[in-house]
Design a protein around this ligand. Sequence first.
Ligand SMILES: NC(=O)c1ccc[n+]([C@@H]2O[C@H](COP(=O)([O-])OP(=O)(O)OC[C@H]3O[C@@H](n4cnc5c(N)ncnc54)[C@H](O)[C@@H]3O)[C@@H](O)[C@H]2O)c1
Length: 354
Amino acid sequence: MQKTLVVTGGCGFIGTNIVLHAKEKGYKVIAFDSLIRPLSEENLPILKRAGVEIVRGDVRNPQDIERLPKPIHGIIHLGANPGIPWSIAWPIFDFTTNALGTLNVLEFSRLNGKFPVIFASTNKIYSEEINLVPVKAKGKRYVWDFAKVNKKKVRATVLAGLTRSGVNEDFPMDSSGRFPHSPYGASKATADLYCQEYFHIYGVPTVVNRMSCIYGLYQKGVEDQGWTDWFVRAKINNQPLNIYGDGKQVRDALFGTDVTKLYIKEFENIDDVAGQVFNVGGGVKNTISLLEAIEHLNKKGGKPLKLTFKPWRAADQKIYISDISKVQKILGWKPKVGVIEGIDKIWDAYSKLN
Ligand SMILES: NC(=O)c1ccc[n+]([C@@H]2O[C@H](COP(=O)([O-])OP(=O)(O)OC[C@H]3O[C@@H](n4cnc5c(N)ncnc54)[C@H](O)[C@@H]3O)[C@@H](O)[C@H]2O)c1
């Protein structure tokens, strides 16, 4: 029997990647999206061509979710405000979308047969406490300086959640009031906890993926969100770039097609992963700093990117690397596309359009 997968936020960046992959795998796929992100509309023709059913609706409204055709075998829940600056500008909008919207999706599953809900959480649920671990500059990037950790200042729980492989799932979500998360981090943390509660209290098979930096095709990066895409387009279009901080901040980057395979694998192996929380990213093998990404893009020729350095942004992490060993061990999933290879794929796709 053909199974039906609903992807909320299915017309957005990660949504488009997942929906196309699910379609290829033979699922009936419904992309449920409010299209509040205007550029998501550019993905519509691609989705329609692939035979994806599009339902326009808002996860903030339970009545919209109720309109989804049944039966549904699983929801991949991505529909959200995905940006910190927007959450700071519009906290109520951010909360209702990310926290209440997720609760509505969970409740829909609970009342309609308890199908799996796979949730896109974020590393921003871990507070800025991570910045207590000293860093040192090494070339164009920061590296953690574990030798200089002041054990009086850094809690043992923080150190238990952080190894040379990155941040693992034991890293404390809460800093007992000492550090901010951003409203986005707080609304996503609420949603993340509700997913866990719906598994424990009601038996809804949920999976939480705390993702770091995801990049790839169909992303509509803006200065406030989706930096890899934004940088590539700035280089191609010869536009200046603002860098917040010194550019040595390090991220582990995961390519869209790798994320896609993970979500579908989770759905197909739900008995093995129900109730689990995973840190998801490119891992230690796929880290890059902003300056290193810029250096790589400048090698493509033409005028080098014109950079303006601005003050650090609130709740920014100097280094964030996901320890992906838990999901690797349980599911046998690992990233296939290296970070430079991934940037080149986006470059090639955009260059063809120009
Ligand atoms: N891109 C990343 O690096 C990253 C990292 C961590 C977590 N995430 C999470 O992954 C998810 C997808 O992110 P993305 O980068 O694809 O973002 P995106 O903005 O490209 O896609 C989100 C989609 O959700 C839709 N949407 C927003 N509010 C909605 C609502 N109330 N009802 C229905 N649809 C709504 C938007 O129109 C958009 O098409 C988000 O939940 C985000 O928080 C993304």
